[in-house]
Design a protein around this ligand. Structure first.
Ligand code: HEC
Length: 397
């Protein structure tokens, strides 16, 4: 077994890579979506060119033209955009292995939701990535795939279904990251299995002096548009593990739905704006996104009522004992839990002073939501949660 300290360096390394590759991928994806929408037709453009766009950046002017299918003759140097997508997936999957497979009992499994073994949890995770891609890809190629709107609704429902499934199998946090990872996998597979292979066929046809089939480019464009609309929701799902109110919710699969709607609407605003649209076409998105966001916030807001009967009220010693039983195995200078190297988030809960200092965080993580203790390995009861919450509310006597 690798030493826990090295595991943390490994996690940091892959997280860094994941961010860098993700930024590069999303950045180029946003740029090309913008470029596509900003193209202006012009009679003077060469044959086969749909439109051109003038850009200024970093002290120079760029003149970009798009050949809808392909230029007549292949250029000598052609730049492909794919490694940023592949590395985003490779680093992301490595993180899942390091955090969620290796530490499955802490981060992925919640025995109150489903009593899985580590290998069952891992098997279901890997299987779900493969299955989701197959189902998604089939739908895109089915007759419904001819209609962009109908297909988007199908894809949306499929993601909701995946979210429903994950939240009934894994811990809240594990489930949310899995929804994000499934969508991310579909996005990368779109690049790896559709967009780039189609592009290769076009290039090959051109080199052989044949006319490439136009549907290849259209198919790639459809997948790339899906990727574009899914970007913002996926990013939120990936950072959700730091926000227990998002994932520690009875109906968190519905939260996924709202997140996709809000993210998609905001993306649509920018896409329409890039197309040079104005007036009504740009007026609805921000208000609609705000309304859905408000629904989301109201929907997941905490139930702040944590009163207990006078007989059940706790004092400092009771609370200290509870925290020592359920939290200190991880939240200590030297955690005894095998999956934890240092006090997570720098939060140490060894003394009463520590507990008082972190009272509002404890309230959020262990009383208002059940995010902590992770995976509830120690079986913290509802009564204990309420008791701690009530003690905090009474001013920690
Ligand atoms: C099995 C190990 C484990 C146990 C037990 C555990 N925690 Fe945690 N805790 C973690 C980890 C890991 C994180 C970091 C989560 C993340 O990456 O966002 C964390 C994060 C937190 C945070 C948030 C820190 C921040 O940066 O905001 C608080 C507060 C917290 N835990 C409180 C508790 C309380 C209270 C208990 C006991 C009721 C508890 N934890 C039990 C592992 C544990």
């Amino acid at each position: 077994m690798i030493d826990i300290a090295y595991a943390e360096w490994l996690e940091l390394g892959f997280r860094w890579l994941h961010l860098i590759a993700g930024i590069a991928w999303i950045g180029s994806s946003f740029y090309f979506m913008f470029l596509d929408y900003s193209l202006q037709p012009d009679e003077n453009l060469p044959a086969g060119v749909k439109g051109a766009s003038w850009n200024v950046h970093g002290g120079g002017f760029y003149f970009m033209q798009k050949y809808t299918v392909a230029p007549e003759k292949m250029p000598d140097v052609l730049h492909w955009f794919k490694w940023e997508a592949y590395f985003t997936w490779i680093s992301g999957f490595s993180l899942i292995i390091i955090i969620y497979y290796w530490g499955a009992e802490t981060f992925l499994i919640d025995k109150e939701i489903m009593d899985l073994t580590q290998w069952q949890a891992i098997g279901m995770s890997v299987g779900s990535f493969i299955l989701s891609w197959i189902v998604y890809d089939r739908f895109c190629k089915a007759p419904v795939g001819k209609n962009d709107i109908a297909l988007s609704i199908v894809v949306f429902l499929l993601i909701l279904l995946a979210a429903y499934g994950f939240t009934h199998v894994y811990s809240g946090r594990g489930a949310f990251v899995h929804v994000g990872a499934v969508v991310g996998t579909i996005m990368v597979a779109n690049v790896f299995l559709v967009i780039i292979p189609n592009q290769r066929i076009v290039v090959k046809a051109l080199i052989e002096g044949e006319e490439p089939a136009a549907h290849l480019g259209a198919e790639g464009k459809q997948r790339s548009t899906h990727n574009n609309y899914l970007t913002l929701p996926v990013l939120l799902m990936m950072i959700s593990s730091h926000f227990p109110m998002i994932f520690s919710n009875k109906h968190s699969w519905l939260v996924v739905g709202l997140v996709i709607i809000v993210g998609g609407i905001i993306r649509d605003y920018f896409n329409a704006k890039n197309q040079g649209k104005d007036g009504k076409r740009l007026m609805w998105q921000w208000p609609a996104a705000a309304i859905f966001m408000a629904i989301l916030i109201v929907f997941i807001s905490y139930n702040e009522e944590v009163k207990v009967a006078e007989d059940d009220q706790m004092g400092s010693t009771d609370v200290l004992a509870i925290i020592q039983t359920h939290c200190v195995s991880c939240h200590a200078a030297k955690p005894s839990d095998n999956d934890i190297g240092n006090a997570p988030g720098g939060v140490r809960l060894e003394t009463l002073a520590d507990i008082k200092k972190y009272r509002s965080k404890i309230m959020k993580q262990s009383v208002l939501t059940k995010a902590m203790p992770l995976g509830n390995k120690s079986g913290m009861t509802e009564k204990e949660r309420k008791g701690v919450g009530d003690w905090i509310k009474r001013g920690m006597p």
